[in-house]
Design a protein around this ligand. Structure first.
Ligand code: DOR
Length: 421
C-alpha cells in the first residue's frame, strides 16, 4: 500500500484541483480524499508536488527489435519512467517493422518481462510501411496494438489512406499520420527559410507537411475514420485540424516539446537538431503554443527517437532524423507552457494524460477503482539535463546541459514505484 499525502491533485477528467491524499492498494487506486489513514502503508510526502494521473506518450521509438544499440524496450521504458510516463506507445519502424501479430506479440512479451512502464505498441498501416497494401491490422489489434501508423514515412497515397481509415474505423483504431509530401521533402534536412540559406543546408517548406494534412483531413471526411496527425509542426497544418474539428470530424493532433520550444533560428550544424518534421519557424512555434493553449492540440507527444552516437555524430546532411525526448518533455512543457503563464495547470496535465488517452481510445482518471498509474511532479525543482546521465541508450538531445525549474519526482505504475527522484 502507498499513501500519497497532501499533494495538489489535478485530475482533468473530473476537474479536481485540490490538496488531497491518494491511497493505492495493489495495482488500483483505493481512495482519493482528505486526511486518509492507512497504518500499514508506505507514506509519501507529496506536499510540494502535483499528483496527476499517469502520463501517456503516444509517440516514441524504442528501437527493439532490430536496433538495440540505440535503445531497447528496457532502457527506453526506464527513461520514460524517469520522465513521468506510465505508458508509452512505440512506433512500428523497428527491424522488422511491426506489421504483423508476431512482432506485436514480441514487443508485448518483452515489455512484460523488462519494461518499467506500460508499453502499448502501434502497428504499421501498410506491409513493411512500404505503402502498397495494408498490414495485418486486425491480427495486430488482437495482439495488443492501440493505433496504426507508417511513422517515419507518410501513408503513400490517398487511396491507401482511405482504405486504412475505413478498415480501422470498424476496428475502432486511430490512424496516426506522419504527414509529408515526398516531392517537397526530397533531400531536405531542415526547414526552408533564411536560416537554411545561412547554414547552406537544404530546406523543405512548411507546405511539405500541411499539404498532406489537407489531403488526409479530406480523406477522413470521406470515410468517417479517426485521423490523428503526428508531430504537427506548422501553423497551416494546425489551421486544417482546427477547421476539421469545427466541422465535427474525428481529427486530433499532437505536438512535440521540441517543436513548441525551438525555432529554426536555434538550429546549428549539431545533428541533434536534425529531426523530422524539422524545427519550424518562429511564427509556426507561436501558432503551436496557441493551439496548445486553446485546446486545438490534443496531446504532447515526445517522438523520442534515439540514435546511437556512431550514426548520429556525423555531418548534419548524413545523420538520421530524430532526438531523444522523454526526460526533457515535462520540464520543457513546464517552462514554455506553465511558467510562461500561457497554459493553466489542469490543461497542462490534460495534454499529458486525458488528451493522449482519448486519441488511443482509453480513459485516464484519478479516482477510486482506477489503475494506480500516477505521475508526481514538482513545478520548481531545479535541475540540469545532462544527456550523458540519461537512462536512454542514446545521447542525441539538443537540450544537453539545459537548466530547468520543474521535474518528475515519482512515477507509479500499477501501484509500484517505477521511479523516485
Ligand atoms: O525525427 C524523426 N525520427 N522523425 C520521424 O518521423 C522518425 C524518427 C525516427 O524513427 O528516428
Amino acid at each position: 500500500m502507498l499513501l500519497i499525502k497532501n499533494g495538489r491533485v489535478i485530475d482533468p477528467a473530473s476537474g479536481t484541483d485540490a490538496k488531497l491524499d491518494v491511497l493505492v492498494d495493489g495495482d488500483r487506486i483505493a481512495s482519493v480524499g482528505p486526511n486518509l489513514q492507512a497504518p500499514s502503508a508506505e507514506v509519501i510526502d507529496a506536499s510540494k508536488w502535483i499528483v496527476a494521473p499517469g502520463f501517456i506518450d503516444i509517440h516514441c521509438h524504442l528501437r527493439e527489435p532490430g536496433d538495440e544499440s540505440s535503445e531497447t524496450i528496457e532502457t527506453g521504458a526506464r527513461a520514460a519512467a524517469r520522465s513521468g510516463f506510465t505508458a508509452v506507445c512505440p512506433m512500428p519502424n523497428t527491424r522488422p517493422v511491426n506489421d504483423n501479430a508476431s512482432v506485436t506479440r514480441f514487443i508485448v512479451d518483452r515489455a512484460a518481462q523488462a519494461a518499467a512502464v506500460r508499453v502499448w505498441p502501434i502497428g504499421a498501416v501498410s506491409a513493411s510501411s512500404h505503402g502498397e497494401s495494408l498490414a495485418e491490422i486486425a491480427a495486430m489489434k488482437q495482439a495488443g496494438i492501440v493505433a496504426v501508423s507508417d511513422d517515419g514515412h507518410p501513408v503513400a497515397n490517398a487511396k491507401l489512406m482511405r482504405q486504412a481509415l475505413e478498415y480501422c474505423r470498424t476496428l475502432e483504431l486511430p490512424v496516426i499520420d506522419h504527414c509529408e509530401d515526398s516531392s517537397l521533402f526530397a533531400g531536405a534536412v531542415m526547414r526552408e527559410g533564411a536560416n537554411s540559406v545561412r547554414l547552406g543546408l537544404r530546406g523543405m517548406p512548411a507546405a511539405t507537411e500541411s499539404i498532406c494534412v489537407a489531403r488526409d483531413v479530406q480523406v477522413a471526411a470521406l470515410t468517417g475514420g479517426r485521423l490523428h496527425i503526428a508531430h504537427l509542426s506548422a501553423a497551416e497544418s494546425l489551421a486544417h485540424v482546427r477547421q476539421a474539428k469545427a466541422n465535427g470530424l474525428p481529427v486530433t493532433c499532437e505536438v512535440t516539446p521540441h517543436h513548441f520550444t525551438l525555432t529554426d533560428e536555434d538550429v546549428t550544424y549539431d545533428s541533434c537538431f536534425k529531426v523530422n518534421p524539422p524545427i519550424a519557424s518562429r511564427a509556426d512555434r507561436e501558432a503551436l503554443l496557441e493551439g496548445l493553449a486553446d485546446g486545438t492540440v490534443d496531446a504532447i507527444a515526445t517522438d523520442h527517437a534515439p540514435h546511437e552516437p556512431a550514426r548520429k555524430d556525423v555531418e548534419f546532411d548524413r545523420a538520421p532524423f530524430g532526438m531523444i525526448g522523454f526526460e526533457t518533455a515535462l520540464a520543457l512543457a513546464i517552462d514554455e507552457l506553465y511558467h510562461s503563464g500561457r497554459v493553466g495547470l489542469s490543461r497542462h496535465v490534460e495534454l499529458f494524460t486525458t488528451g493522449p488517452a482519448r486519441v488511443i481510445g482509453k480513459t485516464r482518471r484519478l479516482a477510486e477503482g482506477e489503475p494506480a498509474d500516477l505521475s508526481l511532479f514538482s513545478l520548481d525543482h531545479p535541475w540540469t539535463f545532462r544527456s550523458e546521465e540519461s537512462a536512454s541508450r542514446s545521447r542525441n538531445s539538443p537540450f544537453d546541459n539545459r537548466p530547468f525549474r520543474g521535474a518528475p519526482m515519482m512515477t507509479v505504475v500499477a501501484g509500484r514505484i517505477a521511479f523516485r527522484r
